[in-house]
Ligand binder design. Structure first.
Ligand code: FAD
Length: 415
């Protein structure tokens, strides 16, 4: 059997993979492009899976990244339901789970990550869910249709909190368990954590922080509850675990690519393997907004901007990755928008009163703004992006005064 060939093969049909194909065509790339994706569907937006899609406010059709005709018109072909299992970088070939092989000129690895699974006793019982792809969200929705109403969410990160918000709105009784002493501990300052905990509690969610899960209890087949280390058992007919992801890079690492927590890439998103790029959640890179520290970012922004970087390099116009990180989260009527990275901040300043449900937290390093979290505070967000990009020196007292536009709290002028 002849090996099929594409000039560019993209592994992963998520945000990064889809955007890489789009960016290649936008830049005039005329070669063949094939996207190999494990999921059965065309690329769709992942964020709504814990928001509007889970709430049934948006049907699947409305979260497709592009309609089918878009891909056809641009001659971007998809191999859906297909898993890349191995990479031979010298031969420029990948193997698929159906036994076939494909050869490539350039390979873009955009495989994201798989949800970190619970490993405690009872973790394999029915009724335990993760929310990473459409099939996961559909399984949660099917449980709701089947009558599940008592839910324990494990993990107080964005996905856990968003799921808790939607399920509460849908009439479930929700308890959220977080091992750290506050929700969002990994990503946000204590004011934001306290605000979100209070909002969720006000909506009826029970939030338990500083509590580790001991095991999942069951009746032999299905989950019946979650036992905490302190012995308390939280009754549950459904458990949702949002405890992070494991980067999906095993085939690349097995092929000899450098990496560990993801696969390492340079400023052009090139891996250490010839003609192999990696982008998105799975790509560890030195981020200029993290002071050059090697990090992985799990955001749509990062997947899109890295896709553009890899496409530019393939099209012979190498441009270093330097994009301001940004992120959002919707919970109830609260729109959180974050820009920059707060890693290494030495001071943070609250701006506005959380009681008004519109406020921001500004993070500074040596007086310069490096990051912001804005809750229902669009103006601050827009102004902060420019200030962060320029690494602007700020006056902390003026930041703290919500009557002063954020840009006027700059000590130096930003063009
Ligand atoms: P993905 O979009 O995960 O795509 C990877 C694809 O590769 C998947 O389809 C996977 O099945 C496939 N794949 C994996 N291994 C293989 C293989 N070996 N062969 C073939 N295919 C493979 N970000 C935000 O900025 N804002 C938000 O509000 C937000 N909310 C989120 C809510 C949820 C529920 C989730 C899960 C994520 C959310 N994110 C959000 C994060 C954002 O969706 C990710 O950062 C983004 O999808 C990363 O894109 P990616 O291309 O790296 O990976």
């Amino acid at each position: 059997m002849a090996t099929e060939h594409a000039d560019v093969i993209i592994v992963g049909s998520g945000h990064g993979g889809a955007q890489a194909a789009i960016a290649l065509r936008q830049r005039g790339f005329t070669g063949s492009i094939m996207v190999v994706g494990r999921e059965a569907t065309l690329p769709y937006e992942r964020p709504p899976l814990s928001k509007e899609y889970l709430a049934r406010d948006k049907p699947f059709k409305r979260i497709l990244i592009r309609p089918a005709a878009f891909w056809q018109e641009r001659n971007i072909t998809f191999r859906t339901g297909s898993v890349a299992t191995a990479v031979d970088a010298d031969a420029h070939r990948i193997d698929l789970d159906d036994g076939q092989s494909l050869s490539y000129g350039k390979l873009i690895w955009a495989a994201g990550g798989d949800p970190r699974r619970m490993t405690c006793s009872g973790a394999d019982l029915a009724g335990i869910h993760y929310v990473r792809d459409k099939a996961d969200a559909d399984r949660v929705m099917a449980e709701l249709d089947g009558g599940a109403r008592q839910v324990v969410v494990i993990g107080g990160g964005y996905i856990g909190l968003e799921a808790a918000a939607v399920l509460t709105k849908l009439g479930c009784t929700v308890t959220l368990v977080e091992a750290q002493d506050r929700v969002l501990a990994r990503v946000a300052g204590p004011e934001l954590s306290a605000f979100y905990e209070a909002e969720h509690r006000a909506k009826g969610v029970t939030i338990l922080t500083g509590q580790a899960v001991d095991c999942i209890t069951g009746n032999g087949t299905r989950t019946t509850g979650v036992r905490l280390h302190n012995g308390e058992v939280l009754p549950a007919d459904m458990v949702i675990a949002g405890i992070g992801i494991v980067p999906a890079v095993a085939p690349l690492l097995a092929a000899g690519a450098q990496g560990g927590n993801g696969v390492d890439v340079d400023i052009y998103c090139r891996t250490s393997l010839p003609d192999v790029y990696a982008i998105g959640d799975c790509a560890a890179h030195a981020n200029s907004f993290a002071g050059g520290a090697a990090i992985r970012l799990e955001s749509v922004q990062n997947a899109h901007d890295m896709a553009a970087t890899a496409a530019a390099d393939i099209c012979g116009n190498p441009t270093a990755y330097h994009a301001i990180p940004w992120f959002w989260s919707n919970q109830y009527d609260l729109k959180l928008q974050s820009a920059g990275l707060n890693l290494g901040h030495d001071r943070h300043v609250q701006r506005g009163d959380p009681a008004t449900r519109s406020f921001s937290v500004v993070y500074l390093r040596e007086g310069r703004i490096i990051s912001i979290d804005c809750v229902n505070a669009m103006k601050d967000y827009v102004q902060a992006r420019k200030l962060i990009e320029a690494g602007t020196l700020m006056d902390a007292e003026r930041i703290a005064d919500p009557g002063v536009p954020l840009k006027d709290a700059a000590v130096e002028t930003v063009s």
